[in-house]
Ligand binder design. Structure first.
Ligand code: COI
Length: 332
């Protein structure tokens, strides 16, 4: 069988080689190009396609893959919101994902960013590098004094909750699907509004679905505590960026750590060469603020996660090609 892996980075190659040597019956082609309408032709003659969530996988791409006889599109990440499932189904292409490559990678990063915001490290790093070794006026708040509201308690949300608890924070959570263990602890509030009203920090861990698009907007920001901190390592579409900027301007939001952005495709994971050359004015505006940390969707980027993404996606692709089945198939 033959599998083509698109958008391969150098850090993934050792894991791909190792997988290949453990699966001598599979012919793996490494392609550094990402899967687009321009590169989809490279998949002609392959049974399976492994790709990363870097671009929309549109009907045009899926129809082409279908015409090549490709049986499976395996994403080596969790999110599948960029896949046109109607077109995948029409072309009998199964879609698989990696549901849990390392929830801790995202959770640890989220809390790291929160600690940086609470301890004003962006400000101190700049002051110190300019020779100003004074303390005032940026006195910090301790996490153990705060209530953290975790929105969505899937694997990543639950990993984050463990860490927040370790710091001694009070944790409350909202999810439509309640985790039985957390429910026993009485951690859940009944509505998102309650979470917004009670939390000093809001930690978002929900997938992108149309029901939660722009769930943080002018109206919901107005419900929150003054100075609330917003953490979004999940999906850019959860936040109305213009509303967030207004809430930062007014002081309603006291800080934000954004690892995702609603218009991130083509911007994040791209080297512009200089700050001025960044092509997105809102990102530049956010990056200039002392109380905002913008990172280019890198919370996942650890050795543990990358190895798991490579192995799980290739296993799933191989299994679907040989048996038509895999527990990593996503149905929509
Ligand atoms: C995901 O796994 O869905 C992520 O958000 C990671 C990303 C770099 C594609």
């Amino acid at each position: 069988m033959k599998i083509i892996v698109y958008g391969v980075r150098d850090d993934e190659k050792p894991f791909l080689k190792e997988w290949e040597s453990n699966n001598p019956n599979v012919d793996v082609k490494i392609d550094s190009d990402i899967l687009t309408t321009d590169t989809v032709g490279n998949a002609n003659g392959f049974d399976g396609v492994v790709a990363f969530q870097q671009a929309p996988y549109s009907a045009e791409i899926l129809n082409q893959l279908g015409s090549f006889g490709v049986k499976v599109l395996s994403l080596r990440n969790v999110g599948v919101d960029n896949v046109d499932f109607a077109a995948a189904n029409q072309n009998n292409i199964k879609v698989t994902n990696v549901p849990a490559y390392s929830p801790q990678a995202i959770a640890e990063f989220t809390v790291t960013q929160l600690m940086q915001l609470l301890r004003n490290t962006k400000i101190y790093n700049r002051k110190i590098s300019n020779g100003n070794l004074t303390w005032a006026p940026n006195i910090a708040t301790e996490l153990n004094q705060l209530t953290v509201g975790v929105f969505a308690t899937g694997r990543i949300g639950r990993a984050a909750i463990q860490i927040y608890k370790g710091f001694g924070a009070k944790v409350i959570a909202y999810d439509i699907f309640k985790n039985p263990e957390l429910e026993k602890e009485g951690i859940y509030v009944d509505t998102p509004d309650e979470l917004y009203q009670q939390a000093d920090v809001i930690s978002l861990h929900a997938p992108a679905v149309k029901e939660n698009e722009h769930m943080l907007n002018d109206k919901t920001f107005a419900e929150m505590k003054d100075g609330v901190i917003i953490l979004n390592p999940a999906r850019g579409s959860l936040i109305d960026t213009d509303a967030l900027m207004r809430a930062l301007d007014s002081g309603k939001v006291g800080g934000a750590a954004l690892d995702v952005y609603e218009d991130e495709v083509g911007i994040f994971n791209h080297d512009f060469g200089s700050f001025d050359a960044i092509s997105d004015e809102r990102i530049k505006n956010l990056l200039k603020r002392d109380n905002v940390l913008v990172t280019p969707h890198l919370a996942f980027y650890t050795k543990t996660a990358v190895q798991s993404m490579v192995n799980t996606s290739l296993d799933a692709s191989r299994d679907v090609i040989s048996t038509g089945e895999s527990d990593k198939i996503v149905k929509k």
